[in-house]
Design a protein around this ligand. Structure first.
Ligand code: HEM
Length: 500
């Protein structure tokens, strides 16, 4: 219990108050009471935080931890850093901002502590610490409540947003659907790739006009992933190709075409909420609510086609008589709960569309700027696959095309599709590196502390990748066996299910 003692002289004006002014006196009195309560609360919080700091110092010393370098505050309350990081996120330069701030402290400083307003977190670009967080000490960490809460309005409770036992249940439900045979349907990819090339028309001399192809890749990814998940492509690439949709009792026919736009805006809101850390709840808007509602309406419609549909919906056949794999149908064999089906399938849609669309965009970005790499890749692809139709090419053959994998890896490395990951300590723990004067001692991570794993920053460390770290050089992968400094699909118990 924290007691504040106040001298009697604190109240002289009240003691001298005449009866006629009793109303004014009461007002002043209540003002003083509020002020007193606020001051007491602040002092109490300071007391608690000092007590916790002392406990943490003692615990850190007991565990042999060294001090972790602190990013300079820039102002006493840490407001400037908060504003800077939000601006960087809005300008899509969050990953670069992290590198610049860490480099400003020292190019050999790879784990730092940051204070933003009253919130402390750690940021690391040290592969050993990434290994601890994701693998060797993964029991000490889980995804944070900020991530859960920031994303929940859109994704609900599913594999991406749940923790502990709830997450284990989701993972057990979804994981079996990602066996190699099921995700290697090249016919599906082929059909949507043809549609993609139809969107790019060649002009004079076989060249296209200058155009923004990134939206085409997002549409391609959306078409492919919706067909894989729900059996229906939303045909974002070609609205005219849309087949007649089955009627669902009690539901209007959904507007498939708006899905992409709703996703883009919904994701913007989620990123903004994430950038506000524990103050994510400050960011809400009618637009965000609207986007979430529209996305839910569409996914619910897909779910109901399955729940209300007959045998044709449950086990559709391909033209050649094979069974068509639809992930929702497989999930529905395990649960008939419409909300669970919505949340789990929506998590996969969200996971698959943006990442795959962004990766394709980056690969083409680098190919367009590296003629040597483009020509080499083109020759290899033509030599290896040129004489075959798609149905003659296997998934295993594609994966064996080394140079193509090197180009993809290099795009992942230089651009980083997921440049920042995070975990929160579920108990007091340590990270193996970054403490003490030489950074070789462990650092103490108290329960509740958020750790950002800066994958982009890790992939841009010259000491790990060489002096040409900023260049796009797929050949570096011929001799490179990457460890935790390159984890584009995450690693450990929560690693990506869709990497194939
Ligand atoms: C370029 C493509 C992709 C990249 C770079 C990527 C990257 C990642 C990363 C880094 C994680 C780990 C998140 C964490 O540690 O918290 C992850 C998780 C996940 N990914 Fe992917 N992903 C890609 C494509 C896909 C696709 C196509 C799907 C499914 C259709 C998918 C499904 C998932 C799921 C379900 C998880 C969550 C696993 C869990 O929390 O248990 N991903 N992905």
């Amino acid at each position: 219990m924290f007691v504040v003692r106040i001298p009697v002289s604190f109240f002289p004006r009240f003691v001298a108050c005449p009866i006629a002014n009793i109303e004014a006196t009461m007002k002043l009195l209540s003002l003083w009471t509020v002020l007193l309560a606020v001051v007491s609360l602040v002092l109490y919080k300071i007391f608690l935080s000092l007590k916790e700091k002392r406990r943490q110092n003692a615990e850190a010393a007991r565990r042999g931890c060294g001090e972790c370098p602190m990013l300079p505050k820039k102002d006493i309350l840490g407001i400037t850093r908060f504003r800077e990081s939000i601006r960087a996120t809005r300008a899509d330069r969050g990953p670069k901002y992290v590198v610049e701030e860490m480099n400003a402290l020292g190019k050999d400083v790879h784990t730092v502590q940051v204070r933003v307003l009253d919130y402390t977190l750690n940021v690391t670009r040290d592969p050993e610490n990434a290994k601890a967080v994701f693998s060797s000490q993964s029991n000490d960490f889980d995804i944070g409540v900020h991530r859960t809460q920031s994303w929940k309005p859109l994704l609900g409770v599913g594999i991406f947003t749940s923790q502990g036992e709830t997450w284990k249940h989701s993972r057990a439900l979804v994981r079996p659907q990602f066996s190699k045979e099921q995700v290697s349907d090249l016919d599906l990819a082929e059909r949507h790739t043809r549609e993609l090339s139809n969107r790019i028309s060649a002009g004079v001399g076989g060249w296209t006009e200058t155009m923004n192809i990134q939206p085409l890749f997002y549409n391609f990814a959306l078409d492919t992933v919706t067909e894989f998940l729900y059996g229906y492509s939303v045909h974002a690439q070609n609205p005219d190709a849309r087949a007649a949709l089955p009627a669902v009792k009690g539901m209007d026919e959904p507007n498939l075409l708006e899905l992409g736009g709703n996703f883009d805006q919904g994701k913007r809101w989620i990123e903004e909420r994430g950038a506000f850390y524990k103050w994510y709840w400050l960011i809400s808007s009618k637009d965000f609510d609207h986007r979430c509602r529209e996305i839910h309406k569409l996914v619910d419609w897909f779910v109901q086609t399955r729940l209300q549909g007959g045998e044709k919906e449950k086990d559709p056949q391909l033209a050649d008589g094979r069974k068509k794999f639809i992930l929702l149908n497989e999930l529905a064999k395990e649960t008939q709960n419409p909300l669970e089906l919505r949340n789990e399938s929506l998590s996969l849609l969200f996971a698959g569309r943006d990442t795959a669309g962004a990766l394709l965009g980056w690969v083409f970005y680098f190919l367009a700027r590296n003629e040597r790499v483009f020509n080499k890749l083109r020759t290899i692809v033509l030599e290896t696959f040129g004489a075959h139709t798609t149905s003659e090419i296997s998934f295993a053959q594609l994966k064996a095309c080394q140079y193509m994998l090197h180009v993809i890896n290099e795009a992942f490395r230089v651009a980083a599709v997921i440049p920042l990951n995070e975990r929160v300590a579920v108990r007091d723990t340590t990270l193996p590196h970054g403490g003490g004067p030489n950074g070789d001692q462990p650092i103490f991570i108290p329960k509740g502390r958020q750790v950002l794993i800066a994958t982009y920053a890790m992939q841009h460390r010259a000491d790990l990748w060489g002096d040409d770290v900023e260049d796009f050089v797929p050949e570096r992968w011929e001799s490179k066996k990457a460890g935790y400094e390159f984890i584009p699909f995450g690693v450990g118990p929560r690693s990506c299910l869709g990497r194939e």
